[in-house]
Ligand binder design. Structure first.
Ligand SMILES: Nc1ncnc2c1ncn2[C@@H]1O[C@H](COP(=O)(O)OP(=O)(O)OP(=O)(O)O)[C@@H](O)[C@H]1O
Length: 792
């Protein structure tokens, strides 16, 4: 198999090399063949510098692996690793042969677009309405609540979706389907009318037979797909309820002992924010949880609830509420002076989603009855509500509008060949944070937890010149840490850059504190994360979202980029695309753009800017040159190469780093195989150039063993290592590697299907304590998988 520019470097340690065995006895022919079988194979002669092909990459010559005839490829150019800053000039260290970042890269097929597009920014589409159109009071909220929103939350006027939802939910008891862009204020759109109507009881309580307090009954349940989102909703709720301490809200979302949740439920509460699995658990096992008075069931991030396999759990919850609801229309109608006079006469279900997917529609079918479809549009408000959800869905589908992002969000993509991915990400981040104050926070989405961990270490790594002892004292880097100084990207101008990591495999308290620290950070900060942070999270001041690994579905893309440009603010999003089939995704990205245009960037431009050698560095180099010291990089290409080599050396010399890199690589390839089926022609794991991709993980060879377990075991025994190496060799062959990918793809999808099935069935069918405990354990296990791979 041609390795296409990647050379395999096996270095055998002394342990591996044994003394030659002596063969005695038997026939001489047998002894000879035994000796031969132990003799290592002679490597193919390496071409000399003179024999190598020219360094230039010619698009016409390039053959993408798996699609062309390897024999017709140009011969590989081998590059001798340039001396690093830390390598003395006269060192005797053997020069390594490595593949160059800038040769044999596939070229983009998409034509370059007009660079002037950068200038265009559309009017915000998710901002609060301009003064004078609507106020919270004009929508029917009490002056007390409205003035609280203004003084404590600085909310002057509602957004379009809030205007239509608040008016509807205050005056009618119909079910509702709220669909609006990310960052358009959907949380307050459903919370405010609920709180207003519960508060109304207290204002009239002189007339009422009952007193409104935590024991008065549980009136609203809000379901969220993730704990993070549930905590956020609960936080917003606590802000709104700050002036009404007699209304009590709480959460049951797991991550703490069931006992403490039970004791909170026992004390009584009026609004409950929950994750579906945990709520089912309590409905089954916590007798004090009385749902007989529940008037509102909110399903936030409806499509995500379905994607994570909560359909059966939600069905079970809906059934329990129907069975448990003691109040009837007759009881509540005309019950003047009673507590329930101001509450809905029937249970109202509200489904919320930024995307209109079939899954959300299915959830609507099982939970909504004749729902009103509420949508924020630039149409007059009178036209935005009033449709039934089914009419509206039909209308929406006929438009075939998959999704739309906020119009002021500046969206771009960058075409990066696989070998240059790591340096391009580094360059983009360097460039982004080059000026203090230009960008405060950026989120980088990656495909899997292992990749997040690896890249966190890459960027947090201490490079000789950029970190001071003083700064290291402030934020130490430890193996367990989710936060560190971003030492390999900091510049003298922006020395306080901090990097965070977040994924579903971290313990819940760590996830919570990491998000909190990132949100509250006054310093510029980068969050590396999986899709666990893509839904519903409202993190302040996110200026840039980078999709380093493309999303697993277009909906995920919308939610990821929706972490910026919230509530009318500006924001930028950049999606990494590899040349070739992935370029088909550009058209999909264009579909999601309401105003403005999709901007194209190329790796070269980003690398040029990110690794530009400034004047000061140039004069320093000249000085070094005079003194006979290392010259350092001459231009951006060398600087980028040096950055790459530095990471590669670290991965080679530090066994832990090597293991992380291999794990990240294998997990990434596995995750790549889980793209939704209708997008797999663009994201086909079988068309990945595995050798080039390895370079993006600072690996000079692709990890050989990609089957079960993913990474070659680091066995300490010589036999084990040899065996691993041999197995590795086997998978390096073309057909073997294809097989390995097939295995990965099958493993990934079957494990996800299994997770989904088990979550679906076990979450609900839990009879007895043991079954419930088993369910919890399984849910926990599988939801971690689900959230990482983002089941579509
Ligand atoms: N009327 C308003 N005026 C100004 N800011 C608002 C208003 N309503 C909400 N916001 C702010 O907008 C941000 C986004 O709100 P929210 O998280 O509810 O959006 P969302 O529509 O649920 O987004 P997503 O779909 O991503 O979950 C929050 O920071 C919130 O404080």
């Amino acid at each position: 198999m041609a390795d296409d520019g990647m050379l395999v470097n096996f270095s055998l340690s002394d342990e591996i090399i044994r003394s030659k065995p002596v063969f005695k006895g038997g026939r001489w022919r047998d002894r000879l063949s035994a000796k031969r079988s132990l003799r290592p194979r002679q490597p193919k002669p390496t071409p000399t510098e003179n024999e190598t092909s020219p360094a230039t990459s010619h698009p016409a010559e390039h053959v993408v692996e798996g699609t062309g005839d390897p024999l017709s490829r140009p011969r590989k150019r081998q590059k001798l690793e340039p001396r690093s800053r830390s390598t003395p000039k006269n060192s005797n260290v053997e020069k390594e042969i490595i593949s160059s970042l800038f040769t044999y890269n596939p070229s983009a097929q998409a034509p370059a677009e007009n660079p002037q597009q950068d200038e265009q920014i559309a009017e915000p589409s998710n901002a609060p309405l301009p003064d004078g159109i609507e106020t919270f009071t004009s929508l029917g909220l009490s002056p007390t609540l409205s003035s609280h929103l203004l003084t404590k939350l600085s909310l002057k006027s509602p957004t379009a979706i809030q205007a239509s939802a608040i008016r509807q939910l205050l005056s009618d008891d119909d079910d509702a389907f709220i669909q609006a862009e990310t960052g358009s204020g959907k949380t307050l759109a459903y919370l405010l009318p609920i709180v207003q109507r519960i508060m109304a009881i207290s204002t009239k309580r002189e007339n009422s037979a009952l007193k409104l307090d935590r024991k008065a009954g549980l009136f609203a349940i809000i379901l969220s797909p993730t704990r993070e989102l549930a905590s956020q909703i609960s936080h917003v709720l606590s802000l709104i309820l700050a002036r009404t301490p007699f209304i009590v809200a709480s959460t049951v979302i797991g991550g703490e002992k069931l006992k403490s949740e039970k004791s909170r439920l026992r004390k009584g509460l009026n609004i409950l924010v929950a994750t579906p699995g945990r709520l089912v658990d309590h409905l089954d096992n916590t007798e004090v949880l009385d749902v007989s008075q529940v008037r509102w069931l909110v399903l936030d991030e409806g499509d995500r609830l379905m994607e994570l396999g909560f359909e059966k759990a939600i069905q079970a919850i809906v059934e329990r509420l129907e069975k448990g609801n003691k109040f009837t229309m007759e009881q509540t109608e005309g019950a003047a002076g009673s507590l329930t006079e101001f509450l809905p006469k029937r249970r109202v279900t509200i489904l919320c989603s930024a995307t209109m997917k079939l899954t959300a529609q299915r959830l609507g079918e099982i939970s909504l009855k004749d729902a009103v479809y509420l949508k924020a549009e630039p149409k007059p408000l009178s036209q935005t509500s009033g449709n039934t959800s089914s009419e509206a869905l039909a209308e929406d589908n006929s438009e075939e509008k998959a999704f739309q992002a906020p119009s002021q969000l500046k969206q771009s993509y960058i075409i990066v060949p696989p070998k240059q991915r790591l340096v391009s990400l580094a360059a983009l981040l360097k460039q982004t944070f080059a000026r203090r104050g230009s960008v405060m926070k950026a989120i980088v989405f990656l495909s899997c937890a292992d990749s997040v961990d690896f890249h966190f270490e890459v960027f947090a790594r201490d490079l000789d010149s950029t970190s001071t002892e003083e700064s290291k004292k402030i934020i130490p880097t430890s193996k367990q840490s989710t936060m560190s100084l971003c030492q390999s990207l900091t510049s003298k101008i922006n020395p306080g850059l901090i990097i965070y990591r977040l994924h579903g495999s971290l313990p819940q308290p760590v996830r919570k504190s990491t998000l909190q620290a990132f949100s509250q950070s006054a310093d510029p900060a980068i969050l590396l994360c999986t899709d666990v942070a893509s839904r519903g999270l409202d993190l302040p001041n996110i200026d840039l979202v980078i999709e380093y690994d493309p999303p697993f579905s277009t909906d995920d893309h919308l939610h990821r980029i929706g972490r910026t440009a919230r509530a009318g603010k500006a924001g930028r999003a950049e999606c990494f695309i590899m040349p070739g089939a992935e370029e088909g995704y550009i058209e999909v990205l264009k579909e999601g753009i309401a105003g403005g245009k999709l901007i194209r960037h190329d790796a070269e431009g980003i690398l040029r800017k990110g690794f530009a050698i400034d004047k000061r560095a140039k004069s320093q180099k000249a000085e070094n040159n005079k003194n006979g010291a290392d010259e350092g990089p001459k231009d951006w290409e060398e600087a980028a190469t040096e950055y790459q080599l530095d990471v590669e050396r670290w991965v080679i010399s530090d066994s832990r780093a090597g293991e992380m890199a291999r794990r990240a690589y294998v997990s990434h390839v596995r995750a790549y195989a889980t793209h939704v089926s209708h997008e797999r022609d663009m994201f086909d794991v079988k068309s990945l150039h595995l050798g080039h991709l390895a370079k993006a993980f600072a690996l000079r060879e692709r990890p050989g063993k990609m089957g079960r377990g993913g990474v070659a075991k680091s066995s300490s025994s010589t036999r084990g290592r040899k065996q691993d190496r041999e197995e590795g060799k086997r998978t390096i062959g073309k057909s073997a590697s294809k097989k390995a990918i097939d295995v990965l793809a099958t493993e990934a999808s079957s494990s996800l299907n299994r997770s989904r099935r088990e979550v679906n069935t076990d979450a609900v069918v839990s009879d007895g304590k043991d079954a419930a405990r088993r369910t919890r354990v399984k849910m926990k296990e599988h939801m971690a998988v689900a959230s990482e791979f983002n089941i579509g």
